[in-house]
Design a protein around this ligand. Structure first.
Ligand code: SF4
Ligand code: SF4
Ligand code: FES
Length: 503
């Protein structure tokens, strides 16, 4: 457990310590560090090596504060609060110390900012403006170190940019527990590097890019793709597995393109981290990966027409056999709406099937965050079916049970994250042999063109709604600016269908 987690637990059970920081009174639990207590009242103490999800190292010496009665400045990250303590984070002595600590960090730092992916999010840049603004007194040549090292499938390491804060070393030791990194040599030749014979090849490697306060670790997936100041972020939930981590999706509105996901702090679910599999969850949202135009027997049709066609298919199927195939990747609200709308239009409940990946181990857990159920809303689908009093049969790859039901009409809500379904093409091929299929899905292929109707669907970044995670905890989706604003959500589509039936 990290210091912050200890503090949060302590807050519930322990006596509070009263102190003042920058003249403001604050009460925090025993064991809280000065840096955390200051955060609580909005006093931001500059820091490089301290991270709330890792143990304290106390190596960067940037977080200097003045404490009344103490002849020397103290580091805020490794000093615990005491009753009646008076802390000044902006005392002239503290400010001088922070300024010179920063200059030491920059002595050997290369002037890479114009080409560095961290520019715009770099703590060296931010702190220079906040507490630096000195005229450099350094005339010596900078120490050169290896750049652009291949340290793992997802990462590139520039050792010259590293300020030796050791966050990455502690992450490898304490979170991923892979211990692949170390700091080697002495003095100004100290250098971050791989332990001989190791590489960073685990499912949490992108967190190293997030926690590195400078641009030493960069992600191959994001390097040189977009300057960060063109990106806007929206907080939402990762749809990659049943954990449901809190994340932000970053997109460039002008380009209508998503570029990356990052974790949001959520102490109840994912703490400070997310997995590398989840980082890919923006790719299927971009235009290059999506169908945007509905199809009737492989011919593009407009949205007005496709809604009419859906109404016609459903009304023709009244008093006939209708199958509804659901995947556990839609929101609770979508399940409730689709189940009730179809029942209302047909006058009866269709036969429901749950389509799950051909091979999966849904109870698997890697001990950190990632779960073997790569569907975000298995629990939500189960609850929706139970509330509607529906018993559903599971199909995996083999659609025999569906074929045996001999439906006159089959409506399929295909998976949003198709890569979770392995060779999805096998199942699509089998579905295409059924007589009359309406398929809702994200991508268009030669196989999906064979369905009677193929309807593009919104993806998680374009939806407001909820999932239930593996623990039945509601996880919230918040719609971002959609890449395809013209795509109708299931809510609008079924609302329009119901309206036409009533007319
Ligand atoms: S690579 Fe980054 S996180 Fe690791 S020690 Fe250097 S600056 Fe810190
Ligand atoms: S653990 Fe699951 S929910 Fe969390 S980031 Fe990874 S894929 Fe997404
Ligand atoms: S943050 Fe306190 S010494 Fe680095």
């Amino acid at each position: 457990m990290t210091n912050t987690e200890n503090t949060l637990n302590a807050e519930k059970t322990q006596n509070l310590v009263n102190l003042t920081i920058d003249g403001k009174p604050v009460s925090v639990p025993h064991g809280t560090s000065v840096i955390e207590a200051a955060k609580k009242i909005g006093s931001k103490i500059p820091h490089f090596c301290w991270h709330p999800g890792l143990s304290v190292a106390g190596v960067c010496r940037l977080c200097m504060v003045k404490i009344e009665g103490n002849p020397k400045l103290q580091i805020g990250c490794n000093t615990q609060v005491t009753e009646g303590m008076k802390v000044e984070t902006k005392h002239q002595e503290a400010k001088e110390a922070q300024k010179w600590a920063l200059e030491f960090h920059l002595v050997n730092h290369p002037l890479d900012c114009p080409t560095c992916d961290q520019a715009g999010e770099c703590k060296l840049q931010d702190y220079y403006m906040q507490v630096g603004r000195y005229d450099s007194q350094v005339n010596e040549e900078k120490v050169l170190k290896p750049k652009a090292l291949d340290v793992g499938t997802e990462l590139i390491l520039d050792t010259e940019r590293c300020i030796l804060c050791s966050r990455c070393v502690r992450f490898e030791d304490q979170v991923s527990k892979t211990s692949s990194l170390g700091i080697f040599n002495r003095g100004d030749h100290s250098q971050i590097g791989l332990i001989p014979g190791r590489r960073i090849e685990h499912n949490y490697s992108y967190n190293l890019v997030d926690i590195c306060p400078v641009g030493a670790f960069t992600a191959r997936d994001f390097r040189f793709k977009c300057r960060v100041w063109f990106l806007e972020k929206t907080k939402t939930t990762c749809p990659g597995c049943s954990t449901g981590c809190s994340v932000s999706v970053f997109g460039n509105k002008m380009e209508r393109e998503y570029y990356r996901l990052k974790p949001e702090v959520d102490h109840e679910v994912n703490g400070h981290w997310m997995c590398d599999y989840g980082r890919k969850m923006y790719k299927h949202c971009n235009a290059s990966a999506r169908q945007s135009v509905p199809q009737k027997n492989g011919t593009p049709v407009d949205w007005n027409r496709i809604t009419n066609e859906l109404v016609q298919e459903l009304t023709k199927a009244r008093n006939k056999k209708v199958a509804l195939v659901l995947t556990p990747q839609y929101t609770n609200e979508e399940y409730a709406l689709v189940l009730s709308s179809i029942k209302q239009i047909l006058g009866t409940t269709p036969t429901v099937f749950i389509w799950r990946p051909e091979t999966e181990n849904p109870t698997e857990f890697d001990g950190v965050l990632f779960r073997g159920d790569h569907n975000a809303n298995t629990k939500g689908l189960e609850r929706a079916l139970s509330q509607a009093n529906i018993q559903a049969e599971i199909i995996r790859g083999n659609i025999e049970p569906l074929k045996n039901a001999n439906p006159d009409l089959t409506i399929v809500l295909g998976p949003e994250i198709e890569m979770a379904y392995g060779n999805i093409e096998n199942t699509l091929q089998s579905l295409s042999k059924l007589s009359n299929v309406v398929y809702f899905g994200v991508t268009l292929s030669d196989t999906t063109k064979q369905f009677s109707l193929t309807v593009p669907t919104k993806v998680f970044v374009e939806k407001n709604g909820t999932y239930l995670n593996y623990n039945s905890m509601p996880r919230k989706l918040i719609a971002n600016a959609p890449v395809f604003s013209q795509i109708m959500g299931l809510d609008d589509m079924f609302a329009a269908a119901l309206q036409r039936i009533e007319q």
